[in-house]
Design a protein around this ligand. Structure first.
Ligand SMILES: [Zn+2]
Length: 511
């Protein structure tokens, strides 16, 4: 499908948002009964199941590379954020409406209406762009003031009378138990740790649904590494010839489009600085492919020198092309060097060091793969929501089968005791290992539609033959093909379909 223009994107956003609200994916801003609090959303039952799938995928991907999961507090004393630099510098630009005095993030105002990344523009360039393109206050259409200030994104609180903040990222909190982690990994670098958990940012007027929340879930992997070993990275050998869609800052400036390049080539041409960092980029890309995002919608964008975070040496984003918001940042891969551990050593007066075999002490470097689980959840809904105009606007959620919120629907053909009893028995049996949706109300056609609408790959229908012959039909979401299978084989068959050991058309041939 072709990229949508700005108007089409806005219309599509309205359509997607109403779909995901009606189907019980995402509700908000919450709490609705009090008028809604911008930047806070509720996951309804199907949205929560979808987000769980994303998080299971994150765990599998990181675990398969030997990384381990930890969970740290979300509230920390301000000395931590002073050390990390967040209290001083973690802020966004803001611009005020001269009429209603509402505040906005000018970068976002620009990006909402123009397909450019405003982060690389200077303050003067931002103001000039707003003037030239006649961007007004989105609330009252008043003129925006011709000055830009900055506002801290930290969410403040007090604990026992002391200043504290809610964490704006999981990363910093993963670094703090370094001495314990180092002992646990037997003082052998490199090792990798990740967290999936809530973080908070006091965003200035968030208006992009799940993409910009004030409370959100992050999934961040951290690799602790000896800086001298960045270019002797064992796992690099297996991935060096993999081609990835690198888009250098130079190509961006010249308007040259993305051309896939092998990781090895990217290092040779100095696009990326080390084998270990190249491996992290590959792992991040693999994660997004594992989510089921089509490769043609993924690109790796290098940060311009002026937009790099204060701590980062090397910085690339994974961007995904959404039908609602266009190319959108979903992940950042950063070489944070020894910045974090050095800072925390200084502020805590503790030694945060590792030791080489020859006894030499050093401060480890940290490579970070930073993303969240809300944006990928939104991306799947954006990409795989479909509407068939020809069939009276029939909507479907064509999410890849392995990411579907529900594994299988079970229906009795009609609401008759002998049918519902057997259907419930099958449901109870399947629920031991699958997420099952049971539905006995409405016509069978409507139930198939409802099931497809939330993306469920298979639907099993119990009919009168099932009572006599002990079998039932199983129906495939996308092809709408049906096969009769013995009830006792249902669980095994579903398992084989999920493991891709058999295809649905393969099942039909057996029939
Ligand atoms: Zn206004």
């Amino acid at each position: 499908m072709q990229a949508k223009n700005q108007e089409e994107k806005k219309d599509f956003l309205k359509e997607v948002v109403s779909f995901i609200q009606e189907q019980g994916f995402i509700w908000g801003p919450s709490p609705e009964i009090y008028g809604g609090f911008a930047g806070f959303y509720t996951y309804g039952p199907f949205g929560k199941l979808l987000k769980n799938r994303i998080e299971e995928s994150v765990r599998r991907t990181f675990f398969s590379e030997g990384m381990r999961e930890i969970e740290c507090p979300t509230v920390l004393p301000d000395i931590v954020w002073k050390a990390s630099g967040h209290l001083e510098t973690f802020s966004d630009r803001t611009i005020e409406c001269s009429k209603c005095h509402a505040e906005f993030n000018p970068n976002k105002l620009i990006e909402e209406n123009h397909d450019i990344s405003a982060d690389s523009l200077s303050e003067e360039e931002i103001l000039a762009f707003i003037k030239k393109n006649r961007i007004f206050c989105p609330s009252c259409k008043g003129a925006l003031k011709e000055e830009i200030s900055s506002k801290s994104l930290m969410m403040k609180t007090k604990v026992a009378g002391s200043d504290a903040s809610l964490r704006p990222e999981t990363a910093t909190t993963t670094y703090l138990p370094f001495p314990m982690l180092n002992n646990l990994f037997r003082k052998k670098l490199p090792f990798g740790v990740f967290q999936i958990g809530k973080a908070y940012r006091n965003e200035i007027s968030p208006r992009q649904h799940l993409l910009r929340c004030r409370e959100f879930t992050q999934a961040e992997g951290q690799v602790f590494i000896d800086p001298k070993e960045k270019n002797i990275w064992e796992k690099y050998q297996q991935i060096k010839s993999v081609k990835l869609p690198f888009w250098s800052s130079e190509s961006q400036k010249k308007g040259i489009s993305v051309k896939p390049v092998a990781v090895e080539e990217a290092i040779k041409s100095k696009l990326i600085s080390s084998q270990a960092y190249g491996w992290c980029i590959w792992l991040a890309y693999t994660q997004f492919a594992n989510f089921g995002i089509p490769p043609e919608r993924i690109r790796l964008r290098q940060h311009h020198p002026e937009e790099k975070a204060f701590y980062a040496q090397d910085a690339w984003d994974i961007e995904v092309r959404l039908d609602t918001f266009g190319w959108t940042e979903l992940c950042g891969v950063h070489d944070r060097t020894d910045y974090d551990l050095k800072q925390h050593a200084k502020f805590s007066s503790q030694k945060l060091e590792a030791q080489r075999e020859n006894g030499e002490k050093f401060i480890p470097h940290i490579l970070e793969i930073a993303f969240g689980t809300d944006r990928p959840t939104f991306a799947l809904m954006d990409i795989f929501y479909t509407k068939k105009e020809k069939e009276q606007g029939k909507t479907m959620f064509k999410v890849p089968y392995h990411m579907a919120p529900v594994d299988v629907s079970v229906f009795p053909l009609m609401k008759k005791p002998e049918l519902t009893a057997l259907a419930r028995k099958l449901k109870a049996q399947l629920e031991k290992e699958f997420i099952v949706d049971y539905d006995e109300s409405g016509s069978i056609g409507k139930r198939y539609l409802r099931s497809a609408c939330v993306g469920t790959p298979y639907a099993i229908t119990i009919d009168y033959d099932s009572i006599e012959k002990g079998d039932a039909t199983i129906r495939d979401r996308d092809t709408e093909d049906q096969v009769r299978l013995p009830l006792q084989d249902m669980a095994d068959t579903l398992r084989m379909l999920q493991a891709r050991e058999i295809t649905f058309s393969g099942l039909k041939k057996l029939d």
